[in-house]
Design a protein around this ligand. Structure first.
Ligand SMILES: NC(=O)C1=CN([C@@H]2O[C@H](COP(=O)(O)OP(=O)(O)OC[C@H]3O[C@@H](n4cnc5c(N)ncnc54)[C@H](O)[C@@H]3O)[C@@H](O)[C@H]2O)C=CC1
Ligand SMILES: O=C(O)C1=N[C@H](C(=O)O)C[C@H](O)C1
Length: 247
């Protein structure tokens, strides 16, 4: 299988290039970074392109890949419902092509999100705290947004109301961002890579579900699994959980 990497000079892109290079069944045929023409992906005969670029360009990259007939595995964050809908519509005209948009490829992070959604219906309170390196450009993390959305969906399905919160006075931002009714807090600290804690509370007890990526190699098994699987999954898939039978 022939693989192109977009954002190849970045922290994630360079790690993906190493992982693809080291995989006997994959061939790295194009390394693309800022200023390069995406046409090289088609010229190199790539079957799949992996995108770890920046939120401001990732959607345009995916549309170009679809025009080139190349499957896409996207780890870049910053996607909203409108952008996903535009890709879905484009896919209607791109027969047999698959696109995966996944906010986190670490298997432990995907499991943490699944566990949190499973636990959510049994707890009155829940908040999400994400902690990252300070070079990250978006907040809250894509993972935290996806986590909060999964929790909110599970709470709605169980008929739970809003989380309790008596706050009537606050400094702006003191209670974090609110994603689908769930409070999400973002920490940026030198030395960190990517971490998330989901705090679930009931009278007299707390459950904490925590995941830590200490190194970007943690994302590689999930990325390679997606690269190998996406060709058999036409259309748009959001979240690696759907490729791991956890969705
Ligand atoms: N889904 C997941 O498991 C993970 C997702 N991420 C996300 O991946 C993205 C990248 O993260 P990092 O590698 O840490 O960032 P980074 O800043 O180290 O790398 C981004 C790279 O994209 C390049 N780039 C910018 N515009 C481009 C364009 N138009 N075409 C091609 N390349 C372009 C930059 O020059 C840079 O080399 C972020 O959105 C981050 O949140 C990060 C880690 C894991
Ligand atoms: O920017 C990062 O580093 C990460 N971004 C993703 C996110 O926003 O969720 C995944 C992981 O947390 C690392």
């Amino acid at each position: 299988m022939r693989v192109a990497v977009l954002g190849a000079a970045g922290r994630m892109g360079s790690t993906v290039c190493q992982a693809v290079d080291a995989a006997a069944d994959l061939e790295l045929v194009a390394r693309v970074d800022v200023g390069d023409d995406l046409a090289v992906v088609g010229e190199a005969g790539a079957d799949v392109a992996v995108d770890f670029t920046v939120p401001s360009v990732t959607e345009a990259n995916v549309h170009t890949l679809l025009d080139l007939g190349v499957h896409a595995v996207v780890g870049t964050t910053g996607w909203d419902d409108e952008a996903l809908l535009r890709v879905r519509r484009h896919l209607d005209r791109a027969d047999g092509i698959g696109v995966l948009v996944a906010p986190n490829f670490a298997l432990g992070a995907v499991l943490a999100m699944a566990f949190a959604a499973r636990a959510a219906r049994w707890f009155e309170s829940v908040e999400v705290v994400e902690l990252h390196h300070p070079d990250k450009v978006d907040a809250p993390s894509g993972t935290a947004r996806h986590t909060a959305e999964g929790i909110a969906r599970a709470r709605r399905a169980a008929g739970l109301g809003p989380v309790p919160d008596a706050t009537t006075q606050q400094l702006d931002g003191a209670r974090g961002a609110v994603v689908d009714g769930i409070h999400v807090h973002a920490v940026r600290l030198r030395g960190l890579v990517a971490h998330e804690a989901i705090l679930l509370g009931n009278p007299g007890e707390q459950l904490t579900i925590r995941h830590d990526s200490f190194d970007r190699t943690s994302f590689m098994p999930g990325v390679l699994h997606a690269v190998r699987s996406i060709g058999a999954r036409p259309g748009l898939t959001v979240g690696l959980e759907h490729l791991l039978d956890l969705g």
